[in-house]
Design a protein around this ligand. Structure first.
Ligand code: NAD
Ligand code: IPM
Ligand code: MN
Length: 353
């Protein structure tokens, strides 16, 4: 059969350390389940490339990636040499926008064997999905600085919400909630303070939700919603949020399950007009880079989500099972209370496939 074409982009920092473990596990799954995978190794979309060329990516990046079934992505950012807004708007945020990956799906799950920072929670108590709007909202470069350098300096940063953009992410979230056992959707809002876009967002949720009578809906202001992630995480099933709110919730949710080193994400163009992108939620972690101590699970689980999206549920399930076992039996990296290296943990997971 025709192989799946995957573009592998390690990026910066620990992206370069977790990528080999992700590939190791994908290759093990490919062998075990007879899945033809063909990788294109890409060294751009990195601050190293920027240092060499003055830009994050070659001009023809889109053409180079377009023919792929998926992008497997590590992390970008090296703020010591390239300002973050330059490296991220020059790579990841371009992918999300220009490949119209308007869904960012980010699970948070408390696994057996992982110490939970919240008192009294056990495996299974936390198991929800964040559906983050991924192409518009608060993430814009519309605006500017006036009277710069004076005491009267003024900064304007616009947000952009479209009916098309809100409705499609809300619809996806309702459908996801509908397909799950609890059929519950939390809508992140801030309609008290953000007086234009957020009451409007609530109205779009009502309009889209009219087609999903079985789904129970709970609109919560982002402030108390964040508090409840910590205090009552079991009440959540699917959570839908704007771009910025979803970004914040998707570090907080996984933190409540022990470490952000576990959290995967799927940046989806559900219509498959463009390649979708699979990456850890975490970044390039300059503070631990170079020591081979980063947790590779977020990267590996993201690979499983990629195979799921490509129609290989069997391989996805096998990878998740292997992750579950290694989280119980070890070896574990430092963020999980262990002392294993990135490589040791990756190899242990691959060996169980
Ligand atoms: P970060 O996620 O890189 O790191 C936050 C903290 O979590 C650090 O203490 C780090 O050591 C720890 N951590 C992260 N991943 C870990 C892992 N797999 N195992 C163990 N510990 C882990 O966030 P940051 O420090 O805010 O950002 C660093 C750089 O990464 C910046 O340039 C930022 O813009 C970029 N970034 C990129 C992405 C992405 O590419 N998707 C995401 C977030 C941040
Ligand atoms: C993420 C990251 C990115 C985001 C940054 C690096 C631009 O934090 O994927 O969560 O804010 O979307
Ligand atoms: Mn983030």
């Amino acid at each position: 059969s025709t192989p799946f074409k995957i573009a592998a982009i390690p990026g910066d920092g620990i992206g370069k350390e977790v990528m080999p473990e992700g590939l190791r596990v994908l290759e093990a799954a490919a062998r075990r389940f007879d899945i033809p995978l063909e990788f294109t190794q890409i060294d751009w979309a990195s601050c190293d490339h920027y240092a060499k060329t003055g830009q994050m990516m070659p001009d023809d990046w889109k053409a180079q990636l377009q023919g792929h079934d998926a992008i497997y992505f590590g992390a970008v950012g090296w703020p010591a040499t390239v300002p973050d807004h330059v490296s991220l708007w020059g790579s990841l945020l371009k992918f999300r926008r220009e490949f119209d990956q308007y869904i960012n799906l980010r699970p948070a799950r408390l696994f057996e064997g992982v110490p939970c920072p919240l008192a009294g929670r056990k495996a299974g108590d936390i198991d929800f999905m964040i559906v983050r709007e991924n192409t518009e909202g608060e993430y814009t470069n519309l605006g500017g600085v006036m009277y710069e350098g004076t005491e009267r300096e003024i900064v304007i940063q616009e947000s952009v919400f479209s009916r098309f953009g809100a409705d499609r992410v809300l619809k996806y979230a309702f459908e996801l909630a509908q397909s799950r056992q609890r059929k519950h959707l939390t809508v992140a809002t801030k309609s008290n303070g953000i007086a234009i876009s957020m009451p409007w967002w609530d109205k779009r949720a009502d309009a889209v939700g009219a087609d999903f009578p079985e789904v129970t809906v709970d609109k919560q202001h982002i402030d108390i919603l964040s508090a409840r992630f910590v205090l009552q995480p079991s009440r959540f099933d699917v959570v839908v949020a704007s771009n910025l709110f979803g970004d914040i919730l998707s570090d907080l949710g996984p933190a409540c399950t022990g470490t952000i080193g576990l959290a995967p994400s799927a940046n989806l163009n559900p219509e498959r007009r463009f390649p979708s992108l699979f990456e850890p939620v975490h970044g390039s972690a300059p503070d631990i880079y170079g020591k081979n101590i980063a947790n590779p699970v977020a990267m590996i689980w993201s690979g499983a989500l990629m195979l799921h999206f490509l129609g290989r549920r069997d391989a996805h399930d096998a990878i998740v099972k292997a992750i579950e076992r290694v989280l119980i039996e070890g070896p574990r990296t430092g963020d999980l209370g262990g002392s294993a290296s990135t490589t040791e943990m990756g190899k242990a997971i691959a060996a169980l496939i």
